[in-house]
Design a binder for this molecule. Structure first.
Ligand SMILES: [Zn+2]
Ligand SMILES: [Zn+2]
Length: 216
């Protein structure tokens, strides 16, 4: 992703890839490259595309800093979604198929990835859920707290709720609404998540979570 962005910048002006255009040396970070593409070259990036890029950057940082643990299945979902994005991005902004740059020994893998992201549904945790929803679950793990009027409250994970039928509750392996595993955070917007402040339903109570302000 970083390389593609730099190529878009470089085609416009070879100095755009440097952190400081007066002193070519260090090249820009991926976040900075994104800003330049938007503000200087004014590429026509859809809101969805921009969201995918920002989420990918955030996820990469989380993974690098060991703040999030993902299993192979979760990573492969993200991988497929990112690949789709790169594929489209390459075609739209570099006017050429990404395929032309993929070595023949990776063509089989490329075909598998394309097949995967074209599927609307993926199997996650034994349940069939939409591709988009899978990434929402994974992203939700990046927000351990909700900030309400400046105070942080630890979010209630699935499995930490107090149930009036503990035996039945213990038998569940994943949330019946968002399909997340036990002791993971619910997908943002799941009906079953409790509010950490008032104990009501998180999506309908009146507490305002700062983390979700942009999303609404
Ligand atoms: Zn849930
Ligand atoms: Zn509340």
């Amino acid at each position: 992703m970083e390389l593609l962005f730099k190529e878009v910048l470089r085609q416009e002006n070879e100095f755009f890839i440097y952190e400081n255009i007066d002193k070519p040396g260090k090249t820009v970070s991926v976040t900075k490259a994104l800003e330049r593409m938007k503000n200087i070259i004014k590429i026509d990036l859809s809101k969805d595309n921009e969201t995918v890029i920002k989420k990918a950057i955030a996820l990469r940082n989380q993974i690098l800093h060991f703040e999030i643990e993902l299993d192979v299945q979760e990573l492969s979902i993200i991988y497929a979604i990112l690949f789709e994005f790169l594929h489209d991005f390459h075609l739209n902004f570099l006017n050429e198929e990404l395929h032309n740059y993929i070595r023949p020994d990776y063509w089989e893998e490329e075909a598998l990835l394309i097949e995967k992201y074209k599927k609307e549904f993926v199997i996650y945790n034994g349940a069939e859920i939409s591709n988009k929803f899978a990434i929402e679950i994974i992203e939700s793990q990046m927000f351990p707290v909700y900030t309400i009027k400046g105070t942080e409250y630890k979010r209630v994970k699935f499995g930490e709720e107090v149930s009036n039928d503990p035996d039945w509750f213990d038998s569940l392996t994943h949330c019946s609404d968002c399909a997340v595993k036990k002791f993971y955070f619910h997908a943002i917007g799941c009906d079953s998540e409790y509010c950490p402040k008032c104990g009501g339903q998180a999506i309908s109570c009146t507490c305002e979570y700062e983390e979700l302000q942009d999303a609404s």
